[in-house]
Design a protein. Structure first.
Ligand code: HEM
Length: 519
C-alpha cells in the first residue's frame, strides 16, 4: 500500500462515495444486485481461505538475514557460503506438524524450521525440522504415518483423545524409535521457537569449484539455548495462550531482542560414507560429532516482524528442491520424494505461479527469465522476452556450465544415459533422440522427392518461401534455405533464391552448434 492513509475504494481502485457500512437497497427493501461495493466485498470474503498446508499448517515466522562468518569455499561453490561477511536476506517459518492452522503452539510435536534464503544466485530453501532425525526412511510410509498422527477419520478427534492409531502405527515401524525418544523427551515441547535448533536431517551433497563432493548435514544452533516445557507446563500455557510461541517471537523482535542462531556443517567424504556404520541416506540416524565435528560457517538473525501474516508467511512456498549451485540433494529417498512433493503441493495450495508471489519471488541481481508463461494469477509474465529458446534474443549465460549466451549451448548439459536406447521402446518407455542424425532427414526427403509430384513440389516451395519471407533476420532466412538443402540441395537453392539469401550450406545443426545472432 503506497499511502499510510489510503482512500477507501472498491477492488478496482475507485473511491467509494457511499458509507462503507451501508448497502444499497431498493424502495421495497431488497438489496440491489448492482451494488458493486457490496458484491465486491461479499464475493472476496467468500474466497478468503486457501487450502491450508496438509502438514505444518499452524505456524508463524519473521524476516532476517544470514551472514557468512567462515568461508566454505573448500567444500562448496555456493556463493552465499563463500563470500565472508556477505549478508543474505531470509524469512523463517516455524510450525507444528499435525495441528491444523491456528492450532495450539505448546503441543508435543516436532517443529518445522523452514528458511527461505534469497541468495545472489536465486532462492534456496532449507526446509528443516527441530530434530536431526525423522520418523521414517521410506517415503511410502510418509502418508500413512502422517494419517496416524492426524484426526481419526471416524471420531474426528486427535490422538490426545484416543492414541490407538498413533501407537498401532509406531509399534509396527520401529525405525520411528529415534524420533520418538526425542519427541517424548525434554525437547518434545520447545519453550519457544527461539530456543530450538534447526537440522537438515537429510544428507546433502556439497560440490566445490573443482567438482569434488562431500556429504553434508546442516545444523542451525540456537544462541538462546535449547529448552523445553513439561507436558503439564505445555497444557497450562495452552489454556492461557494457544499462540504462545507466536507471541514470544513477535514480542522479542518488537523489543529489539533479536533471536540468533549459529550455523554449522558436518562433512563426510565418500570414502568415510562407505565405512560408516549407517547409510548416509538414512534419515533416522545422526552422525556422531566426535567422528564428524561441527564446523561453523555463519549466523542467522531474525530482526523484522512481518507486516502481513498472510502475504509474508502463509504464502511462503518452501521446497527442498530449491537449491543453488554447489548444493545438491543426496539420494536419501525421503529427500528425493520431497523434491517432488513440495512444488506439487504449492501448485495446488497457491497456484501455478506461486513463485511470482512477492514473498517467494527471487531477488537475484541478474535479470532472469525462462520459458514459463501465463497461467492463473500471473503477476509478471516476462514482458516481451521470447517465450522459447530464441537465437536472436538469447538468454544471458550466467552459470559457469553454459556458454550459450556467447556462442553455443553446452552439449553436455542435460545429458541422460538413456541415449543409447534412442528412439526405441524399452520396458514400455520410449526414449527419444536428443541429437539429430541422418535418420531424421530420410523420411521428409522421401516425402518431398518421391511422393510429391512436380506440382506439389512447386506449391511446397512457394509455401515455404511465402511464409519465411516475413522473417526479420537474414541469418534466420539463410538457416531456412540451409535446412531444406539437407533434404535436397536443389530445393535448398530454390528456397535461397526465393528468400534472396546466399547459396545454402547443407549442414545438420546439433543443439551444441545452435547459432545465435549477435545484435
Ligand atoms: C511441510 C511433505 C518430510 C519438513 C510439508 C508439506 C508437505 C510436506 C506436502 C506442506 C508444504 C506446503 O503446503 O507448503 C513431506 C513429505 C515428506 C516430508 C512427502 C517425506 C516423504 C519432511 C522432513 C522434514 C520436513 C523429513 C524435515 C527434515 C517440513 C517443514 C514444512 C513441511 C519444515 C513446513 C514448511 C513451511 O513452513 O511452509 N511437508 N514432508 N518434511 N515439511 Fe515436509
Amino acid at each position: 500500500m503506497s499511502s499510510s492513509k489510503p482512500v477507501y475504494a472498491t477492488s478496482n481502485g475507485v473511491p467509494y462515495e457511499g458509507h462503507p457500512y451501508e448497502s444499497q437497497r431498493t424502495s421495497d427493501g431488497y438489496l440491489n444486485l448492482g451494488d458493486f461495493h457490496l458484491i465486491d466485498e461479499l464475493a472476496h470474503f467468500d474466497r478468503e481461505r486457501i487450502p491450508e498446508r496438509v502438514v505444518h499448517a499452524s505456524g508463524g515466522g519473521a524476516h532476517g538475514f544470514f551472514e557468512l562468518t567462515d568461508s566454505l569455499e573448500d567444500v562448496t561453490r555456493c556463493k552465499m557460503l563463500t563470500q565472508v561477511g556477505e549478508k543474505t536476506d531470509l524469512t523463517i517459518r516455524f510450525s507444528t506438524v499435525a495441528p491444523e492452522t491456528g492450532g495450539i503452539d505448546t503441543v508435543r510435536d516436532p517443529r518445522g524450521f523452514a528458511i527461505k534464503l534469497r541468495t545472489v544466485e536465486g532462492n534456496m530453501d532449507w526446509v528443516f525440522n527441530n530434530t536431526p532425525i525423522f520418523f521414517i526412511r521410506d517415503p511410502l510410509k510418509f502418508v500413512p504415518f502422517i494419517h496416524s498422527q492426524k484426526r481419526n477419520p471416524k471420531t474426528h478427534m486427535g490422538h490426545g483423545y484416543d492414541s490407538t492409531v498413533f501407537w498401532d502405527y509406531a509399534t509396527q515401524n520401529h525405525e520411528i524409535l529415534h524420533q520418538f525418544v526425542y519427541l517424548f523427551g525434554d525437547r518434545g515441547i520447545p519453550k519457544s521457537w527461539r530456543k530450538m535448533n534447526g537440522y537438515s536431517g537429510h544428507t546433502f551433497k556439497f560440490i566445490n569449484a573443482k567438482n569434488e563432493m562431500v556429504y553434508v548435514q546442516i545444523h542451525v544452533i540456537s544462541k538462546q539455548g535449547v529448552e523445553g516445557f513439561t507436558t503439564e507446563e505445555g497444557n497450562k500455557i495452552a489454556s492461557q495462550n494457544p499462540d504462545f510461541h507466536k507471541a514470544d517471537l513477535y514480542e522479542h523482535i518488537e523489543k529489539g531482542e533479536f533471536p540468533e542462531w549459529d550455523c554449522y556443517i558436518q562433512t563426510m567424504t565418500a570414502d568415510q560414507a562407505e565405512k560408516f556404520r549407517y547409510s548416509v541416506n538414512d534419515l533416522t540416524k545422526v552422525w556422531p560429532h566426535k567422528e564428524f565435528p561441527l564446523r561453523k560457517f555463519g549466523r542467522i538473525v531474525l530482526n523484522r516482524n512481518v507486516t502481513n501474516y498472510f502475504a509474508e508467511i502463509e504464502q511462503l512456498a518452501f521446497s527442498p528442491s530449491h537449491l543453488t549451485p554447489g548444493i545438491e540433494a543426496s539420494l536419501d529417498p525421503v529427500l528425493q520424494s520431497r523434491l517432488f512433493s513440495y512444488p506439487d503441493t504449492h501448485r495446488y495450495r497457491l497456484g501455478v505461479n506461486y513463485q511470482q508471489l512477492p514473498v517467494n519471488r527471487p531477488r537475484c541481481p541478474f535479470g532472469f527469465g525462462n520459458m514459463q508463461r501465463d497461467g492463473a494469477n500471473v503477476i509478471e509474465s516476462q514482458g516481451d522476452f521470447p517465450n522459447y529458446f530464441s537465437t536472436y534474443r538469447p538468454f544471458q549465460a550466467q552459470t559457469r556450465d553454459n556458454g550459450f549466451g556467447n556462442e553455443k549451448l553446452d552439449s553436455t548439459a542435460g545429458d541422460f544415459s538413456a541415449d543409447k536406447h534412442d528412439g526405441i521402446m524399452r520396458d514400455g518407455v520410449r526414449y527419444f533422440l536428443k541429437h539429430v542424425d541422418e535418420r531424421d532427414y530420410e523420411q521428409p526427403r522421401a516425402l518431398y522427392m518421391k511422393v510429391f509430384d512436380d506440382g506439389a513440389k512447386q506449391r511446397f516451395r512457394e509455401n515455404i518461401i511465402n511464409h519465411a519471407s516475413t522473417i526479420q533476420y537474414t541469418e534466420i532466412k539463410q538457416r531456412v534455405a540451409d535446412m531444406f538443402a539437407i533434404l535436397d540441395l536443389k530445393l535448398g537453392e530454390q528456397i535461397a533464391e526465393g528468400l534472396k539469401v546466399d547459396k545454402p550450406n547443407p549442414i545438420p545443426v546439433q543443439p551444441a552448434e545452435m547459432r545465435f545472432i549477435r545484435q
